[in-house]
Design a protein around this ligand. Sequence first.
Ligand code: AMP
Ligand code: MG
Length: 268
Amino acid sequence: MKFIDKLRVKPGSKVDLGKFNPRYRGGVSRKDGEARLAENRDALFDLQYKLYAESERALLIALQGIDASGKDGTIRHVMSCLNPQGCQVSSFKVPSDLELAHDYLWRIHMAMPRRGNIGIFNRSHYEDVLIVRVRNLVPKAEWSKRYEQINNFEKHLTENGTRILKFFLYIDPDEQKSRFQSRIDRPHKNYKFSSADIKERARWDDYIEAFEAAMEKCSTDHAPWYIIPANRKWFRNLAVSEIVRQTLEEMDPQVPPPREDLAGLVIE
Ligand code: AMP
Ligand code: MG
C-alpha cells in the first residue's frame, strides 16, 4: 500500500510530531483496511514459516508509544497470526535489580530473537532515552550518549542477521484520555491502569520531545522508525501488518533444499 513510505522517518530528518495526524487513514476505508489486514495475516504466517525453515536470519519488531497507544492491542491483532514456536514477545518493565546491575542493553541483547525467529518487543531499549530522559533517571551526560550507542548496537545486530523495525504508535491526548477512562470504567480492564499513568500523562509534551529526539537520531537505513497513526485501531493494525509483510517479502526467506537426496525414497 502506498502510504507506507510516508510513515517511515527518513534518516537524518527533523521530526515534528505536530505535523502528523494520529487519525490519518491513508485514504483507506475501514472495510478495505480490515480485509487487507486479514490478507496480511495469512501472508505473514507463510513468510514466517519460510523464515523459520531457513533459520539464517531474524526479524525484530519494537513497539513504542505513550501509555494506552495500543502496544498490547497491536500484538494481539497483528501478531496472533504467527506460529508461537517461531516467535517471542518480550515486555520491558521497570528494570529489576539484576538488570540495573548491568548496562541498559544487557537485557535487550538477551531477548533478541534467534535466527529463524521473529522477536516482538513491547517497549524496548528506547525506554532508556524516553522515560529515563523525561524523569531524569540518569544524568543527561549519560542518556545523551545513548542515541549513538543504540545506533551502533542496532548496526551490529543488523550486520549479524537481524532485521529491525521500530514502530511509534501515535495517539493524541484526547484518545489517551478516553482509553484511560475505559480502563477505569470497565472492571476487566482495571488491571491495565495505574495512577502513575496520570503522572506520566502530565508530562505529555516532554514525552513527545523525547520521542521526536529518539526518532530523529535513531531512524537509520538499517533500522528505520515508522510513525504509525494510532487513534484508529484498525488503521494502526493495517499499517503495522503492511510494513512487517513488506519487510519479510524483501527479506525473501527460502525453505532450504533437502539435506540429502530424497528422490525416490519410500518409507517401508
Ligand atoms: P507497562 O508497559 O504498562 O506494563 O509499564 C511498564 C513501565 O515500565 C512503563 O512505565 C515504562 O516506562 C517502564 N519502564 C520500561 N523500561 C524502563 C527503563 N529502562 N527504565 C525505567 N522505566 C522503564
Ligand atoms: Mg502502562
